[in-house]
Ligand binder design. Structure first.
Ligand SMILES: [Zn+2]
Ligand SMILES: [Zn+2]
Length: 116
Protein backbone atom coordinates (compact mmCIF):
# COMPACT_ATOMS: atom_id res chain seq x y z
CA UNK A 1 0.00 0.00 0.00
CA UNK A 2 1.25 3.46 -0.85
CA UNK A 3 1.44 5.57 2.27
CA UNK A 4 2.01 9.14 3.36
CA UNK A 5 5.24 10.07 5.15
CA UNK A 6 3.29 9.64 8.40
CA UNK A 7 2.32 6.06 7.56
CA UNK A 8 -1.35 6.67 6.85
CA UNK A 9 -2.75 5.40 3.52
CA UNK A 10 -2.15 7.93 0.75
CA UNK A 11 -5.18 9.63 -0.79
CA UNK A 12 -3.53 12.39 -2.86
CA UNK A 13 -0.43 12.66 -5.04
CA UNK A 14 1.62 15.39 -6.67
CA UNK A 15 5.00 15.60 -8.38
CA UNK A 16 8.40 17.04 -7.61
CA UNK A 17 11.67 17.10 -9.50
CA UNK A 18 14.25 14.42 -8.62
CA UNK A 19 17.10 15.10 -6.20
CA UNK A 20 20.63 14.73 -7.58
CA UNK A 21 20.81 11.22 -6.09
CA UNK A 22 17.52 10.23 -7.73
CA UNK A 23 18.58 11.82 -11.02
CA UNK A 24 21.91 9.96 -10.98
CA UNK A 25 20.06 6.67 -10.37
CA UNK A 26 17.65 7.42 -13.22
CA UNK A 27 20.57 8.34 -15.51
CA UNK A 28 22.37 5.11 -14.65
CA UNK A 29 19.23 3.06 -15.33
CA UNK A 30 18.60 4.88 -18.60
CA UNK A 31 22.23 4.51 -19.72
CA UNK A 32 22.01 0.79 -19.00
CA UNK A 33 18.71 0.52 -20.86
CA UNK A 34 20.11 2.34 -23.87
CA UNK A 35 23.24 0.16 -23.91
CA UNK A 36 21.07 -2.95 -23.77
CA UNK A 37 18.83 -1.68 -26.57
CA UNK A 38 21.84 -0.74 -28.71
CA UNK A 39 23.38 -4.17 -28.22
CA UNK A 40 20.26 -6.05 -29.21
CA UNK A 41 18.79 -3.96 -32.01
CA UNK A 42 19.48 -1.59 -34.85
CA UNK A 43 21.52 1.55 -34.29
CA UNK A 44 19.83 3.66 -31.66
CA UNK A 45 19.46 7.41 -32.06
CA UNK A 46 22.09 9.44 -30.22
CA UNK A 47 19.96 10.71 -27.36
CA UNK A 48 21.16 13.31 -24.85
CA UNK A 49 21.48 12.29 -21.19
CA UNK A 50 18.42 12.70 -19.00
CA UNK A 51 18.07 16.25 -17.73
CA UNK A 52 16.55 17.23 -14.37
CA UNK A 53 13.36 18.26 -16.16
CA UNK A 54 12.91 14.92 -17.95
CA UNK A 55 11.39 13.20 -14.94
CA UNK A 56 9.36 13.74 -11.83
CA UNK A 57 9.06 11.87 -8.56
CA UNK A 58 5.58 11.14 -7.19
CA UNK A 59 4.83 12.37 -3.68
CA UNK A 60 1.96 10.73 -1.82
CA UNK A 61 0.10 12.08 1.18
CA UNK A 62 -2.83 11.43 3.47
CA UNK A 63 -5.62 13.96 3.93
CA UNK A 64 -3.81 15.59 6.86
CA UNK A 65 -0.56 16.12 4.90
CA UNK A 66 -2.00 17.12 1.51
CA UNK A 67 -1.24 20.19 -0.54
CA UNK A 68 -4.07 22.34 -1.80
CA UNK A 69 -5.41 21.13 -5.18
CA UNK A 70 -3.96 24.21 -6.93
CA UNK A 71 -0.46 23.53 -5.55
CA UNK A 72 -0.75 19.78 -6.15
CA UNK A 73 -1.35 20.43 -9.84
CA UNK A 74 2.17 21.91 -10.20
CA UNK A 75 5.62 20.31 -10.24
CA UNK A 76 7.52 21.09 -7.05
CA UNK A 77 11.25 21.60 -6.43
CA UNK A 78 13.39 18.58 -5.57
CA UNK A 79 13.96 19.91 -2.06
CA UNK A 80 10.28 20.66 -1.42
CA UNK A 81 9.55 19.70 2.16
CA UNK A 82 5.87 19.19 1.48
CA UNK A 83 2.95 21.04 2.92
CA UNK A 84 2.65 22.76 6.25
CA UNK A 85 -0.56 22.62 8.25
CA UNK A 86 -2.20 25.11 5.88
CA UNK A 87 -1.67 22.93 2.81
CA UNK A 88 1.00 25.19 1.33
CA UNK A 89 4.70 24.46 0.95
CA UNK A 90 7.86 26.59 1.22
CA UNK A 91 9.12 25.93 -2.30
CA UNK A 92 8.22 27.80 -5.48
CA UNK A 93 6.59 25.25 -7.82
CA UNK A 94 7.24 25.41 -11.54
CA UNK A 95 4.64 27.37 -13.50
CA UNK A 96 1.88 25.34 -15.09
CA UNK A 97 2.61 24.29 -18.67
CA UNK A 98 0.84 26.09 -21.47
CA UNK A 99 -2.35 24.45 -22.64
CA UNK A 100 -1.89 21.91 -25.44
CA UNK A 101 -4.89 23.32 -27.23
CA UNK A 102 -5.21 26.97 -26.28
CA UNK A 103 -8.48 28.71 -26.86
CA UNK A 104 -8.83 30.09 -30.35
CA UNK A 105 -10.21 33.63 -29.88
CA UNK A 106 -11.63 33.57 -33.43
CA UNK A 107 -13.97 30.67 -32.59
CA UNK A 108 -17.10 30.94 -30.48
CA UNK A 109 -16.86 29.58 -26.95
CA UNK A 110 -18.51 26.22 -26.49
CA UNK A 111 -20.65 25.73 -23.43
CA UNK A 112 -20.24 22.64 -21.24
CA UNK A 113 -23.10 20.91 -19.40
CA UNK A 114 -23.56 22.11 -15.84
CA UNK A 115 -21.15 20.35 -13.51
CA UNK A 116 -18.58 19.41 -16.20
ZN1 LIG B 1 0.15 11.92 6.50
ZN1 LIG C 1 6.63 22.57 -2.91
Amino acid sequence: MITCKCGEPAVVQWKRRPTSTELNAARAAETSRRASAAASGPAAPDLPPLSPTDSTIPVYACADHALTPALASLVHQAACAGPDKNGTCPCTPEPAPAADFPDDPTKPKRRLPKGW
